[in-house]
Design a protein around this ligand. Structure first.
Ligand code: ATP
Ligand code: MG
Length: 438
């Protein structure tokens, strides 16, 4: 993409109400623009990152055996009356009336919708187990939307729902998601700690929140100092025993929110526990038959008796993750995108647009890399070099390539690694080979 034809409305200075670094940088890098309180437009650069985060989430859900569908954002109030949650949910629910005065709402979550869809077709024990998911916009009328996309009112969530015949099956489904979550966050360069959590208004017996450590996070967390970041996550999702052993080993090792802190402290032996702040990037629940029962769902078992399916639900804050990744990966000059979610892999800077040689070399390398499938954002604008450098640093692409007349005389271009700041000079051919290797 040529910057001269792109849409990258960067803010020179972040507005005063942007309190945390990720929010400031998202505005300064032209990723999002607020259109109403807690509601954001995703600008082209931000949309590319959002799509990549979403794709990693999707791949790990698929790997865990979940099946994707897409449910609507607008739901009928009747469904929520059936589960008994319509009145309980409170002011966070955005309630809408259609022209016939029917009560509708913008979905804050989708347990009722998925249960009604699945119940209508699953009639036999043979139709289970199933885990279904979608990646869809949610709306929660938060009292205090803040920190940009971190706590928005409209936000993108991956929500999955499992249906099993018995508790052991449900636990297996839960454990699959547990490991899928760890894999998902790791692929984004995040260290996310699973913590035993309260089940809250969704209700139920078993629940974990996944927390990315960050000083600006809204959650207080306690974790074991031996928490092992690099543990092997290659557990076969179909092997129930291996999964259970893995999850048990890991949760014994740690983590808890406020309420469970004392229990955990005791279990871990006093001073092994560290305290920090963190960002909740996912939350999983096992809640038994709470919704299946309320929604009148049952399937016929092998012996002819009715079985009420055991359910779980599993959320990931897809749009919140963008803020969390930036909180975890930035420096004084701007964002440092992990390669896996970077909007482009390379930022190519033409230092002298008015120099025919320089422009020919820049155009050629841009076209060659792009044709080879490398994502390049090409700064071909007639601007000062200093301004171009600063902007590239703010938007944080993993690699920067600088092409200037002096280097070209020596037959080299400059390659800079955004994360380490390391620079090297190499020929355009070598650079091309390096960037297209493997
Ligand atoms: P929180 O305690 O942060 O309000 P929650 O417990 O209400 O989160 P869940 O209902 O479990 O959240 O939703 C699943 C995930 O969706 C959360 O883990 C979080 O990552 C994300 N999420 C929830 N609310 C918001 C929001 N207002 N803005 C952006 N992401 C959100
Ligand atoms: Mg909430």
């Amino acid at each position: 993409m040529r910057l001269s034809r792109f849409f990258l409305p960067v803010a020179k200075e972040a507005p005063a109400d942007a309190q945390i670094i990720s929010h400031k940088l998202m505005l300064r890098a032209g990723l999002v623009r607020q259109t109403a309180a807690g509601i954001y437009a995703w600008l082209p650069l931000g949309l590319r990152v959002l799509r990549k985060i979403e794709q990693i989430v999707r791949e790990e859900q698929d790997r865990a055996g979940a099946v994707e569908l897409l449910m609507p954002t607008i739901q009928s109030a009747d469904l929520w009356r059936q589960s008994g949650r319509y009145d309980d949910y409170g002011a966070e629910m955005l309630r809408i009336k259609d022209r016939h005065d029917r009560e509708m709402l913008f979905g804050p979550t989708a347990e009722e919708v998925i249960t009604s869809i699945f119940a209508a077709s699953a009639k036999s024990y043979r139709d289970l187990p199933r885990t279904l998911y979608n990646i869809q916009w949610k709306f929660r009328d938060e009292v205090r939307p803040r920190f940009g996309v971190m706590r928005g009112r409209e936000f993108l969530m991956k929500d999955a729902y499992s249906f099993d015949l018995d508790e052991a099956g449900a636990r297996h489904s839960y454990n699959r998601m547990f490991v899928a979550y760890l894999r998902t966050y790791r692929r984004m360069g995040l260290r996310a700690i699973p913590m035993q959590a309260d089940t809250g208004p969704i209700g139920g017996d078993l629940s974990h929140e996944f927390i990315v450590l960050a000083p600006t996070g809204e959650s207080e967390v306690f974790y074991h100092r031996n928490w092992e970041q690099d543990r092997d996550l290659n557990v076969n999702p179909d092997d129930a025993d291996a999964l259970q052993a893995f999850v048990t080993g890991l949760t014994d090792d740690y983590a808890a929110t406020d309420e469970k802190r004392d229990e955990a402290r005791e279990a871990a032996g006093g001073d092994a526990i560290q305290q920090s702040r963190g960002i909740e990037v996912g939350h999983i629940f096992y809640f038994g038959t709470k919704y299946s029962k309320a929604m009148g769902m049952s399937v016929q078992g092998p012996d002819g008796n009715a079985i009420i399916p055991q359910m779980g639900s599993y959320g990931i804050g897809v749009s919140r993750l963008m803020g969390a990744i930036i909180e975890a990966s930035h420096d004084d000059n701007g964002i440092i995108w992990p390669e896996s979610v970077a909007p482009y892999r390379i930022g190519l800077i033409n230092m002298r647009v008015d120099d025919a040689n320089c422009t020919a070399a820049s155009d050629a390398l841009y076209e060659r890399l792009t044709a080879a499938g490398v994502e390049v954002l090409y700064d071909d604008r007639d601007e000062r070099g200093g301004a171009k450098f600063a902007q590239m640093d703010v938007i944080g692409l993993p690699w920067q390539v600088v092409i200037g007349p002096k280097g070209l005389e020596k037959g080299v271009v400059e390659l800079k690694n955004r994360a380490t700041g390391e620079k090297q000079e190499l020929s355009a051919d070598d650079l091309f080979n390096k960037m297209t290797a493997k």
